[in-house]
Design a protein around this ligand. Structure first.
Ligand code: FAD
Length: 154
């Protein structure tokens, strides 16, 4: 099986889109991620999977905390910014929730403390113990087969 076939198959799993954010030495670093999942209700745990070559890996290791920001349908540009898909640098304003940077206007802002890190292949799974949550009433951004989508009603 080649890499392309694997990626194509995984891309058939429709997901939302998040921006994971962490602060180190007073600077906020953000990264687009769709490898996000709820893990446990009691205690409340989530997981994000970060590539070994992503700058975000060191940022989360150092800060020991991060936020997961679930994007709304009109935040596609933010997804592109934090995936490095736009050429020019854009200033992005972050809000703060319990001392952790969160993305303004997201569908949900979830702040976490790292409770475990598991290296699996070329990614690290960070288990986050959820500290605080803020939810907005809006529509989600969807990612499917390598393309951004929006939900439509039946
Ligand atoms: P960099 O490449 O250093 O940063 C990414 C971009 O964010 C750069 O353009 C940078 O300028 C900008 N940026 C960072 N912080 C700020 C800030 N404070 N203000 C303004 N701009 C800033 N990779 C994974 O490892 N796991 C995943 O689950 C995952 N899911 C993805 C889902 C989608 C839909 C997409 C499009 C990509 C996904 N990626 C994922 C790939 C990942 O987003 C990119 O490879 C990313 O560029 C790697 O980030 P990095 O930490 O190396 O950061």
């Amino acid at each position: 099986m080649d890499d392309r076939q694997f990626r194509n198959a995984m891309g058939k799993f429709a997901t939302g889109v998040t921006v994971v954010a962490a602060q180190v030495d007073g600077k906020v670093h953000g990264m687009t991620a769709n490898a996000f999942m709820s893990v446990s209700l009691n205690p409340k745990l989530v997981v994000v999977s970060i590539a070994e070559k992503a700058h975000m890996l060191e940022k989360i290791k150092q800060s020991k905390s991060f936020s997961v920001n679930i994007l709304t349908a009109d935040q596609q540009e933010l997804s592109m910014i934090f995936a490095g898909q736009l050429k020019e640098h854009r200033e992005v304003q972050f809000d703060w929730l319990g001392g952790i940077p969160v993305l303004h206007g997201s569908l949900a802002q979830i702040t976490c403390e790292v409770s475990a890190a598991h290296v699996e292949g070329d990614h690290t799974l960070f288990i986050g113990k959820v500290k605080e949550i803020k939810i907005e009433d809006s529509e989600p951004l969807i990612y499917f087969s390598g393309k951004y989508r929006k939900l439509t009603e039946e």
